[in-house]
Design a protein around this ligand. Sequence first.
Ligand code: ATP
Ligand code: HSE
Length: 397
Amino acid sequence: MSVYTQLTNDQFAAFCQRFGVSFARAIPITQGIKNSNWFIQTTDDVDGAHSYVFTLFEERPPEDIEKMAVILNQLDGKLPVAAPLALIDDEGLDSDKNSDDKRYVIHYDDKAITLVPCLAGSHPQQTTQAMCHEIGASLAVLHETLQQLQPAEEYGVPLYPWSDVRDREMQFMPGDEAKLMSDIWQSYTDLPLATLPKGLCHLDMFADNTLWNLSLNNSQKGEERLTGLLDFTEVSVEHYVMDIAITINDFCTTWGDAEQGESVNFDRNKMAAFLQGYESKRPLGNDEKRALSVMLAKAAVIFWLLRLNVIHYNRTEGRTGDNIMVKNPDLMKRLAAYHWAHVEKPQNNTVFVLLGNKVDNQVVGVFSNIMQAEQAREKLSNSSEFAIKEYTLDQLS
Ligand SMILES: Nc1ncnc2c1ncn2[C@@H]1O[C@H](COP(=O)(O)OP(=O)(O)OP(=O)(O)O)[C@@H](O)[C@H]1O
Ligand SMILES: N[C@@H](CCO)C(=O)O
């Protein structure tokens, strides 16, 4: 379980009071690795029920959590999210602020505290194709809905400097692992990143950040329904296809534990179901579809680094003990290797030539990979009149 900061019952009662909630009991939450979380029973709750979740954000500064509260309120009603309660007192409310400007965050020792409704449902141990379809559609709704918040950069938190973590961690890796990481990174950098659509993204939509009505009855009938999307602390402006890759990586993979040899089984049928769900709400562009295989590998690399980074910080900050949960970086490394094996690699001795069919096969351009050639063709107004042919260098000489 991850509870890094201890609070007394008196403190819980005083904080809850500021949200208009009458505190009875706090129960530490066992999942989660970033923040301290408790279920809150109120004096009105009966039979062990708990109405709220109390979170003390250990890493993100309070300004970031204020932005997250706006994002959650924007999504409320469109997706099953837990929007933070507004403070009922006006302590700290700037006198020049409009009275409609609600505040959702308590500042405690430079950390943020929120109180949100407790959503029903449970975390899936395994996913089905139907669930992948539903989470795909929900992610597309999230991308579309958050386009209303502009300029997007003002609502997202800064992206974590993963290249710094890469440089630190690569020094300690075996050569083959470091090569895998740098090859994937290079291939990502070679993508036409400037043209891929961007916007506010969740960036951590793992199955353990979602809740579902998974009663035996529902599961048997294939009627699992999404009841909660959680953990919006990473929302940032990113390429939508990166968010898609992050979500696919967890929802479409069966992760084996130590007894199962830490196997990593990626299911391409689940991925097809996910993409079908996503495209039912937001069709993907051709450039996004082409970028997906590299993005899947890059997304796995980011979570490989994220998990190494958690271990690094736990060590440097002396966080030890049974109440600290760490996820296995090696599983993400294996997934990165799997995806990398499926990425079409540019052949060093091959070029892709864009030819105008109607004008004596006139050469319009020569490209080192097919993605670049297809992109160039799409930019031509009469693109259907042009063909791409693959040649080895000796054929051209
Ligand atoms: N509104 C809610 N309703 C029900 N359960 C919740 C709610 N919010 C959080 N939880 C529970 O608390 C757990 C931890 O919450 P959360 O994922 O936000 O924490 P975290 O420390 O940021 O996690 P992680 O680092 O793993 O992403 C969730 O997995 C879920 O079980
Ligand atoms: N979803 C992350 C946890 C931190 O947000 C992981 O599986 O490593």
